[in-house]
Design a protein around this ligand. Structure first.
Ligand SMILES: Nc1ncnc2c1ncn2[C@@H]1O[C@H](COP(=O)(O)OP(=O)(O)OP(=O)(O)O)[C@@H](O)[C@H]1O
Length: 754
């Protein structure tokens, strides 16, 4: 390294060391503030306590943020031309903003408006910047400096020699993958920055090919929006929806590394509180459940449960029999319908009407035709609690949970027929009921059921009785807590100085100490401040309905690639998906540069893309590796094992992408050659050196090397075969191979034969 550069490095080291010192001071100070608040305890008025809790949450989050930014705290510097004093014209850019006790800024948050030139300035439009410096650090040590000199006229010869426009980006892209997505805060590109800082309001669609950074940009946008609209979004929350739990694990560290922890990351299958959607089902069944027509099916299924019997209903009591004729029942039903309330609440209207009729009948039977109001009410109450009356009314208009409705529907062909499902759909959807004793939440629901549960919940509404029961239970629990607290206080001899109720409340307060994301996750009716949908092309029409309910303000970022749609229920065009909700009022941005897949691989993938759609254009790769992708024909698949083993090098990660029906078989073969290989999307998929995955499971992920097995079968396996093969071929950051026993599809003729 030339002497001048060593001197520069030492100067930067000094500055960065001072930043870390400041960070340590702030951590210690915040820790002290948190301890002080917690030490106050839960005493005083309700308002005092809620203030204390707010402060505690605030300090905890601030502390988490200060700890999260340790790695790569400062990564850049901007030098400006106009100001004369060197220190004033320099801005250091980092993960968070830091100032000293006199409020002199030491570090600028990357999301602040003044940091924008770090990502956008070019020699053609330098935005007042003469130099953009990238600082590379390991731990707290500055290891290297890269400069982009933007004011070309002012360059000295030495400057010209060190001009290194894309060095930082290329260094980042060339690094080995760790199995977890990293943030790109130091190397965000201009077209990405524009999307990250796009307006909060309205619906933004980001369409881009594989590897263009859609996911990583969406995550940085979440961090930017939280920084810029902190108050609004911290209160209402931000939801990030992704395609499957493996993908969520893959991305989960990015936001914390940017200092943002209070964001709800969820899949569609996790979005209904209390239900864990773990059951796998055939894609054809999921496709049927995803169709918009299912909204009518669910609505009809609800109406079917309000069906009137053809013959009058007789209710036998001890002394006489009451009768409800069809006309009365119809009248009650139309009254309930006119109330426009959901099923479980309209039930009250229905029951009230029938109880009035029954009370009049009963009065006649008792020879008391002219009851006054109070007696009438008493008699009515007596009837209401009579078992035969309760049973009869319940049968006519039962309370229903969404789970009961759907289990009732999918386990009964007649109900499905009545709800409008045709014979082939009935065959696909018919299921055994949950085993007795088994909670229907467990292992009964698939991800495609979740939007249907949500739809049903809208139509059914809350169960008043359930709410009442819950309230009664809560009161009972409170009393038990107070009794317990009294015992504790007596045992500890504190009974004289603290009252049991307050002691119990204090313990309770600790349980209700929830962040916005945690509260939102428990509440089906939560309205978020912003929703980001990743791999959005995979969402079914029914899933979109559910998502839209969570964001009445329609402030959304939707990222995806129509060319990669694999799910039969997924999107064929953004307009088809979004117009029903915002009819044309959405804006679209494009990402066009592929940061993941080298040019040699993209050349092969681009030919497959032509099969997906003649007018589709593959994104342009930002780098070449000089390594050509290859194809190897083997006599039997067992030979694939040693081929995979030979590809495992150093610390790199490798994925074997297999046709969906073959992952088990290939997994066994690969494990025989590489025992630590993982099969399927379990937790090991991201950490093992080798993983065997289907295309659906590998979507959105990336690996150093990829081996695709039997591409011909991937093409044939589903109507979206070409999209699936395109996805499979674009997962690699450096190497790609194809192993096949069948004839190689013509579209892959460009591969080098081994
Ligand atoms: N500006 C950048 N600096 C460094 N790395 C980047 C940049 N932009 C994207 N990358 C890297 O490129 C890779 C692809 O990004 P990402 O997964 O977000 O792409 P994608 O468009 O979502 O891809 P796909 O559609 O295939 O899921 C990631 O490793 C990401 O970190």
């Amino acid at each position: 390294m030339p002497e001048s550069s060593t001197g520069e490095l030492a100067r930067e080291q000094k500055y960065v060391a001072a930043l870390y010192e400041r960070l340590d001071v702030l951590r210690e100070r915040t820790r002290g503030q948190l301890d002080a608040v917690l030490a106050q305890g839960a005493f005083g008025t309700h308002q005092n306590r809620s203030e204390r809790d707010n402060f505690a949450v605030m300090y905890t989050q601030r502390l988490a943020r200060l700890w999260a930014v340790e790695h790569g705290l400062c990564f850049g510097r901007l030098d400006h031309a106009e100001e004369s004093r060197a220190d004033a014209s320099r801005l250091y850019i980092g993960r968070i903003g830091l100032a000293d006790d006199d409020q002199h800024r030491l570090l600028i948050d990357w999301r602040a408006p003044v940091a924008q030139p770090f990502y956008r300035a070019t020699p053609a439009a330098p935005m007042g910047v003469t130099r953009r410096r990238h600082l590379h650090t390991r731990g707290r040590r500055v290891t290297a400096i890269d400069d982009d000199l933007l004011d070309l006229d002012s360059l000295t010869d030495a400057d010209r020699a060190s001009l290194n426009g894309e060095a930082a980006l290329l260094a980042a892209l060339g690094e080995k993958r760790t199995g977890r997505m990293r943030d790109i805060v130091a190397t965000i590109q201009a077209e990405q920055d524009k999307i990250i800082r796009s307006d909060l309001n309205g619906m933004l669609v980001v369409q881009g090919g594989p590897g263009t950074g859609k996911t990583v940009v969406a995550l940085h946008r979440a961090a930017y929006l939280l920084y810029t609209f902190r108050e609004r979004l911290e209160r209402r929350g931000v939801l990030i929806l992704g395609p499957n739990p493996t993908f969520m694990r893959y991305i989960e560290q990015v936001l914390p590394s940017l200092g943002e922890t209070d964001v709800l990351l969820s899949t569609v299958g996790e979005l209904y509180p209390g239900v864990t959607a773990t059951r796998e089902e055939p894609p054809e069944a999921a496709a049927v459940k995803g169709r918009i027509a299912m909204a009518d099916v669910v609505a009809r299924a609800v109406r079917e449960r309000q069906r009137m019997p053809r013959t009058p209903v007789e209710i036998k009591l001890d002394k006489f029999t009451l009768k409800l004729d069809r006309q009365t029942l119809e009248a009650a039903r139309s009254k309930a319908g006119r109330s426009r309330r959901p099923h479980n609440q309209a039930r009250a209207v229905f029951i009230r009407h029938l109880l009035t009729v029954l009370t009049r009948q009963a009065a006649r039977h008792l020879g008391r035709g002219n009851l006054d109001e109070a007696d009438f009410a008493d008699l009515r109450e007596d009837l209401r609690t009579e078992e035969p009356v309760r049973v009869a009314l319940n049968r006519l208009w039962p309370y229903l949970t969404p789970q009961q409705l759907l289990i009732g529907l999918f386990t009964d062909r007649d109900r499905m027929a009545a709800a409008g499902l045709g014979a082939p759909e009935r065959d696909l959807l018919l299921r055994e009921p949950p085993r007795s004793g088994e909670k229907p939440g467990e292992n009964w629901w698939s991800a495609a059921d979740v939007p249907l549960l949500d739809e049903a919940a809208e139509l059914l509404g809350d169960i008043d009785e359930g709410v009442l029961r819950a309230a009664r239970r809560a009161e009972q629990e409170r009393e038990e807590r107070i009794a317990y607290a009294r015992e504790v206080l007596e045992l500890t001899g504190l009974a004289d100085i603290m009252d049991a109720e307050r002691f119990a409340e204090r313990q309770q307060a600790e349980e209700t100490y929830l962040t916005t994301a945690e509260r939102a996750a428990r509440d089906r009716t939560w309205a978020f401040g912003h929703v980001i949908v990743d791999e959005a092309q995979e969402l079914s029409e029914m899933a979109w309905r559910m998502v839209m309910r969570r964001i009445p303000g329609r402030s959304m970022t939707i990222v995806g690639d129509i060319a990669q749609t694999g799910s039969a229920a997924g999107a064929a065009s953004w307009a088809r998906v979004l117009d029903p909700y915002v009819s044309g009022r959405w804006r679209e941005e494009h990402l066009s540069v592929n940061y993941r897949t080298p040019a040699e691989l993209m050349e092969v993938a681009a030919r497959v893309l032509e099969l997906v759609g003649a007018d589709l254009k593959a994104p342009e790769s930002v780098r070449e590796t000089g390594e050509r992708p290859w194809a190897l024909r083997v006599a039997t698949l067992a030979e694939a094992g040693p081929v995979v083993a030979a590809e495992v090098v150093g610390e790199g990660r490798l994925v074997v992408v297999a046709p969906a029906g073959m992952t088990e078989e290939i997994g066994t073969i690969v494990r025989a050659a590489v025992p630590e290989a993982a099969t399927g999307p379990g937790p090991a998929a991201l950490d093992a050196p080798v993983a065997v995955l289907s295309v659906t499971e590998a979507k959105g992920l990336e690996f150093d090397s990829v081996i695709v097995v039997e591409p011909g079968r991937i093409l044939r396996e589903s109507p979206r075969g070409p999209s699936d093969l395109y996805v499979a071929l674009t997962r690699a950051t450096s190497r790609l191979g194809v192993v096949h026993t069948e004839e190689l599809p013509e579209v892959l003729n460009g591969l080098e034969r081994r």
